[in-house]
Design a protein around this ligand. Structure first.
Ligand SMILES: C[S@@+](CC[C@H](N)C(=O)[O-])C[C@H]1O[C@@H](n2cnc3c(N)ncnc32)[C@H](O)[C@@H]1O
Length: 525
């Protein structure tokens, strides 16, 4: 995956005007932003208080918009779109405008004398150095500065893509803002950085590993827990020699500092390994989780598709006392973080909880039945066609299970990919899948970071008449860009096949009933 693509989810950077960096030269600070709040959708203003004011704006590909950070114009498009579908109370939460990015993947290029750490210039493989990025949490900028010093002092050669030479290819910086030893109001500004160095070698025994260790110790000595104001949480290595654009290799090694990285999100402590997916804007994600929880009935059975390390599902298990939570994720690296998070769930959580390594596009119906609520949080490209198809035809499935429940008893499973997924899965508490197997979801919660793909998926879901759209909310996950995060709540339409049977006594149909019967035919064909 190229760096530009990596930033597709949260495009670019900035530093908060309310934060003071813990080390190194402080980035120049913009004026205070308006209090983050859910905005009434009034016409865009061009208040300088909401301007990016970043010296890298012209050259860096991360941010695409300098003005109105609090309300990108895509919000208008979203409000119109949802209104056309009958949802006129779309809200937009403006969130934090600077210093919001708590996770960044950055290329390291240039030379040991003059290293560059940043993003590619639009459409090129030239890296733009972004030491004063206004989107980054300030301690990411401080850690970048320290890394540059280390590269220079130790003579570390940055990667040269053309020659395939150099030691350091990329760095991932992730900030944890959860330090319970300091007051809650100070935790964000004192966030600490987990630094993952992507090293150009097969493993830790390669000839250049002495340099890797020297660089890790340099970072730890100058920013780690023994420092007066620590801002480095830990140092990791990832080993990658591929000539492709893929940033990470498969091998990860913990080098220094705390191995475990915790964040507090959606009411629970969440473990996030450097190898698993993590949201870049943790504060905005927390707001989204709080909103999402309100749409899940207490005691519901939930399936969390595209679950990563299960943050959404596990937060629902704790806050909505779910009967069962099933998380489905393709990346096996997320399993360990899931298990650690489960260990720290509050004692009162007694849900049946499971995590499955599986591709949701393969036999998706098997993941849909057995739950009251489905949550989907796909990558930017949206849902796979097979999953959309399965969601569209759920009423037909329900009809079949009701008419011949016996034929849906579990058969001995022989399909190798299903058996492999089962082996890789985790089950905590009793497995309720047998008991739940006749539940068909009544609520679908779609979380999207890809506005264009969301619109297509939404239209497809509604065209099937199986679902209607009930609510929609937007969140400013990526200030400085035209990307927003959307939370949309769909409800299953009434079971039209049952209505039709009752209406089948040749009574004259009202226009509304005729319409329903028509809809039923569409669903069943
Ligand atoms: C936008 S992230 C959301 C992760 C998680 N919900 C969170 O907020 O932390 C999308 C996740 O979907 C996973 N993914 C992508 N394609 C998938 C597929 N076909 N089946 C299952 N998971 C998939 C990715 O590995 C990634 O973890």
């Amino acid at each position: 995956m190229s760096l530009c693509l990596l930033y597709a989810r949260s495009l670019c950077p900035t530093a908060s005007c309310r934060l003071s960096p813990a080390a190194s030269a402080p980035p120049s600070l913009p004026p205070p932003p308006p209090a983050p709040a859910t905005l009434r959708l009034s016409p865009a203003s061009t208040s300088p208080a909401c301007a990016l004011q970043c010296s890298h704006f012209q050259s860096c590909s991360g941010c695409t918009h300098e003005l109105n950070l609090h309300r990108p114009s895509v919000v208008d498009d979203a409000a119109d779109f949802f209104k056309s579908l009958g949802v006129s109370d779309f809200t937009f939460d403006s969130c934090k405008l600077w210093g919001w990015r708590c996770r960044a993947k950055l290329a390291v290029r240039g030379s040991s004398v003059d290293p560059l750490i940043g993003l590619y210039q639009e459409g090129t493989h030239s890296v733009v150095d972004i030491p004063n990025c206004k989107a980054h949490h300030p301690n990411i900028n401080a850690a970048m500065e320290l890394l540059k010093q280390g590269i220079k002092e130790l003579g570390i050669e940055p990667h040269d893509e053309d020659q395939g030479t150099g030691d350091l290819r990329y760095v991932q910086m992730a900030v944890t803002t959860y330090n319970t030893s300091i007051p809650a109001s100070e935790r964000y500004q004192h966030g600490q950085v987990q630094v993952a160095l992507v090293w150009n070698s097969r493993n830790e025994n390669s000839p250049n590993s002495d340099k890797l260790n020297a660089l890790a110790h340099f970072l730890w000595r100058n920013g780690g827990s023994k420092c007066k104001v620590p801002f480095i949480h830990s140092v990791w290595a990832n080993f990658q020699t591929s000539t492709s654009n893929v940033i990470f290799g498969n091998r990860w090694r913990h080098l220094l500092g705390d191995r475990d990285f915790w964040e507090h999100l959606g009411g629970i402590d969440v473990s996030l390994a450097p190898s698993s997916f993590g949201q870049a804007n943790t504060r905005a994600f927390n707001s989204l989780l709080r909103k999402l929880q309100k749409y899940v009935p207490y005691g519901a059975s939930v399936t969390d598709l595209y679950a990563g390390s299960g943050v959404i599902g596990l937060s629902l298990a704790a806050t909505r006392k779910c009967r069962s939570v099933r998380c489905v994720e393709i990346n096996k690296e997320s399993k360990l973080s899931f298990e650690k998070t489960v260990e720290r769930l509050p004692k009162y959580v007694d849900s049946s909880i499971s995590w499955h390594q599986a591709d949701t596009s393969v036999e998706p119906t098997s993941w849909l039945v057995g739950s009251d609520v489905i949550v989907v949080d796909p990558p930017r490209k949206g849902l796979e066609a097979s999953l959309v198809g399965a969601l569209q035809t759920l009423p037909a499935w329900e009809l079949k299970t009701r008419s011949s429940p016996e034929s849906f008893k579990t058969k001995e499973e022989k399909r190798p990919w299903v058996l492999r997924a089962r082996e890789a899965s985790v089950q905590v508490g009793n497995d309720l899948s047998e008991e739940n197997r006749h539940s068909v979801p009544q609520t679908l919660i779609y979380i999207s970071c890809g506005w264009e793909s969301f619109k297509e998926d939404c239209k497809s879901l509604l065209s099937s008449k199986a679902w209607h759209l009930e609510k929609a909310h937007g969140f400013n996950f990526f200030p400085g860009t035209q990307s927003i995060e959307v939370l949309a709540v769909f409800k299953r339409r009434e079971n039209m096949h049952i209505k039709k049977k009752k209406a089948g006594k040749k009574k004259k149909k009202s226009p509304a009933k005729k319409q329903k019967a028509l809809m039923h035919q569409e669903v069943m064909t």
